[in-house]
Design a protein around this ligand. Structure first.
Ligand code: URA
Length: 203
């Protein structure tokens, strides 16, 4: 799997019909950014703007994410950005466990191709999928959790900060911690990211 490139993976996925989100999507949103990034962001699912353009985080939450990235001296071209599910759920509802399971192999493959040091989980759903357990963001945001192959750092979703501007400074603090984790010498534990689909029935 890891001998494959992101372009080859994207080609393999094609016009995926593994779950019924294929019926309502405009475009599948695979992900974008630097294939060699040491930092990867994983959001929840494409929204309206992402569905229209086929690119992740290009709507209002994405604009805020760009600003927040700038605050730790990074640009989009430095990182890789994707979502737990690649197709927009109708009305922006949360993706359900079947949809998350159907897309999980794609996320897992993206991570094993990119081999980031840190995967920043944007919001509860991404954090729960990446850690294989139900995450409480109030208790876990900004901390570094080792899993085989990388560290997961849960951070509040930028959309939460659009709803509640007080959350912006919490995300800023968490991202400056993340920047330190990125720059320190601690290596993630060895191994590959191998979540089991059964872990995903969490929500
Ligand atoms: N919210 C997400 O979780 N992902 C996007 O790509 C856009 C908004």
């Amino acid at each position: 799997m890891s001998a494959m490139s992101l372009d080859e993976l994207r080609e393999q996925i094609g016009q995926c019909e593994q779950c019924w989100l294929c019926k309502s999507r405009t475009r599948l949103v695979f992900g974008s950014g630097n294939e060699n990034a040491s930092l990867m962001f994983v959001g929840e699912a494409p929204g309206r703007a992402e569905d229209a353009q086929g690119l992740p985080f290009v709507g209002p939450a994405g604009k805020l994410l760009d600003t927040l990235l700038g605050g730790i001296g990074l640009r989009r071209a430095d990182v890789y950005i994707t979502n737990v599910v690649k197709c927009r759920p109708p009305g922006n509802r949360d993706p359900n466990p079947e949809e998350i399971d159907a897309c999980n192999l794609f996320l897992k493959s993206q991570i094993s191709i990119i081999k980031p040091k840190i995967v920043c989980a944007l919001g509860r759903i991404a954090a729960s999928v990446l850690l294989g357990r139900n995450v409480q963001m109030t208790k876990m945001h900004g901390q570094k959790f080792p899993v085989p192959g990388f560290f997961v750092v849960p951070v509040y979703h930028p959309a939460a900060a659009l709803r509640n501007p007080a959350t912006v400074s919490v995300i800023e603090e968490d991202l400056s911690l993340l920047r330190r984790y990125l720059d320190d010498d601690e290596e993630p534990p060895p191994g590959e990211f191998t979540p089991e689909p059964e872990q995903m029935g969490l929500f």
